[in-house]
Ligand binder design. Structure first.
Ligand code: GLN
Length: 451
């Protein structure tokens, strides 16, 4: 039924870069056979899922939305891919994304933009716009995204779906094509909080193949999603996120959520996180720096595209021609920024300084979580903007992640879930819930309460 739905709507939505019809049908059949044999199956066995095209999949193309990986077929599965398969999840295909996950609108995909199913002339968020759109268009009930600065939560917010960035280190990055290794985190996307929790439980947990993987039990996210009791919880409203630059309807829906949490028995207080104002500049030094290093592997020799290899040219010339043709403008911008920030003599002034700001932001969170159980804010300052509106203005595009970036810098957990439609445009608004490191269960408890 989901493959039929994809055939019916995806020419318009363009959530998928690759639909693996045969693989999906085989996986579904295998689950049926196990069920017929009386095997014990988990809760997600046979459930279809849309996988962001940044996770490698054995035998199935993986492009990261880039021309430089066109035609590349990975020889192995990412740990997330493997865990999904082991849970009996049916992977329908790979979803569209901003090239190498750099963007907030999916317009930076080399394969064309994805439409927001609420209004196809608007962006579905990014970089994981394909995964979020697949959920909102009912092409899949579950999806996987990655969140480096907001790429799970912001698409969730603007498509009226649920998206979770788990604690950094709790979902393996093995086989996740690296953008900014100290920030990247895979996570679940779904249409309900409980669905997201079930998916979270299936993909999280220690992985010896990822050196930053946390070796500790995953919090009981499913139990928390089934509980939803916020009585006596202390909830902090981040003072720095609101006011000027925020759409009126976004703030209206956010304030309603605050009232609802009070009515449900939570104590709501205002919390100041003074260094959050510096999160964006710090992010746009750290993320491009790490990206410039990570993307050096696309050297025209190892993967995908190779341009100008006529037998006369040197390896450097072929590499340069390939990177010129294979990377899009945003990727090139980040490589330039990152290479500059890391260059000799500038390291301390830029990357080093940004890392210090990162520590200050983590301390703001520590101080906040000494007073409250979770923090809340709007996920993003505005609802979905029209395709093209910010495409030529990187700074305006970067603002979409104002509220999401601090949690990536500090590594803690955060969720976005729908909290109604903005009255002025009828588009979904996202509520962000932020929890301390390895307290991901609190996201689900509060999320289930307000859902
Ligand atoms: N929009 C942010 C960026 O462009 C975040 C992307 C992400 O989380 N992958 O870097």
């Amino acid at each position: 039924a989901h493959l039929d739905r994809i055939t019916e709507v995806d020419a318009k939505v363009h959530a998928f870069l690759h639909v693996d019809t045969e693989g999906a049908l085989n996986a579904a059949k295998a689950v049926d056979e196990r069920r017929a044999k009386g095997d014990a199956l988990g809760p997600l066995a046979g459930v279809p899922l849309a996988l962001k095209d940044v996770f490698v999949t054995q035998g199935v193309p993986t492009t990261c939305g880039s021309k430089i990986l066109e035609g590349w077929i990975p020889p192995y599965d990412a740990t997330v891919t493997r865990r999904l398969k082991e849970a009996g999840v049916v992977i329908l295909g790979k979803t569209n994304m901003d090239e190498f996950a750099m963007g907030s609108s999916t317009e930076n995909s080399a394969y064309g933009p994805t439409g927001n199913p609420w209004d196809l002339t608007r962006i579905p968020g990014g970089s994981g716009g394909g995964s979020a759109a697949a959920l909102a268009a009912f092409e899949a009930p579950l999806a996987i995204g990655t969140d480096t600065g907001g790429s799970i939560r912001q698409p969730g917010a603007v498509t009226g779906t649920v998206g979770v960035k788990p604690t950094y280190g709790s979902v393996s990055r093995y086989g996740l094509v690296a953008f900014s290794s100290s920030l990247d985190q895979g996570g679940p996307c779904a249409r309900t909080v409980l669905d997201a929790a079930l998916l979270h439980a299936a993909i999280a947990g220690h992985d010896p193949l990822d050196s930053t993987s946390i070796d500790a039990p995953v919090p009981d996210v499913v139990g928390a999603a089934r509980n939803g009791d916020v009585r006596g919880m202390r909830i902090g409203v981040v003072k720095e996120f609101g006011g000027d630059g925020y759409q009126a309807g976004v703030l209206e829906r956010f304030n309603e959520s605050v009232e609802l949490l009070r009515e449900l028995g939570a104590e709501v207080v205002e919390i100041s996180c003074p260094h959050f104002d510096y999160a964006m500049p710090a992010y746009y030094l750290i993320a491009p720096s790490e990206a410039s290093s990570n993307l050096a592997r696309f050297d025209a020799m190892r993967y995908g595209l190779r341009v100008g290899d006529n037998g006369d040219r040197s390896a450097e010339e072929v590499m340069s021609l390939t990177r010129e043709a294979g990377f899009g403008p945003e990727v090139k911008r980040r490589i330039m920024l990152g290479t500059y920030a890391l260059s000799s003599g500038y390291y301390d002034a830029y990357y080093g300084q940004a890392q210090k700001v990162r520590t200050l932001i983590a301390r703001d969170f520590d101080a906040a979580f000494a007073q409250v159980d979770v923090l809340i804010s709007p996920t993003t300052p505005t609802t979905a903007f029209p395709i093209g509106e910010r495409a030529d203005d990187p700074m305006a595009m970067y603002l979409a992640d104002l509220c999401t970036i601090p949690s990536n810098l500090a590594g803690n957990a955060a969720m976005s879930l729908p909290c109604g439609l903005a009255p002025e445009d009828g588009l979904p608004v996202g509520l962000q819930i932020i929890a301390p490191t390895m307290a991901d269960d609190r996201l689900y408890k509060v999320g289930a309460a307000v859902e």
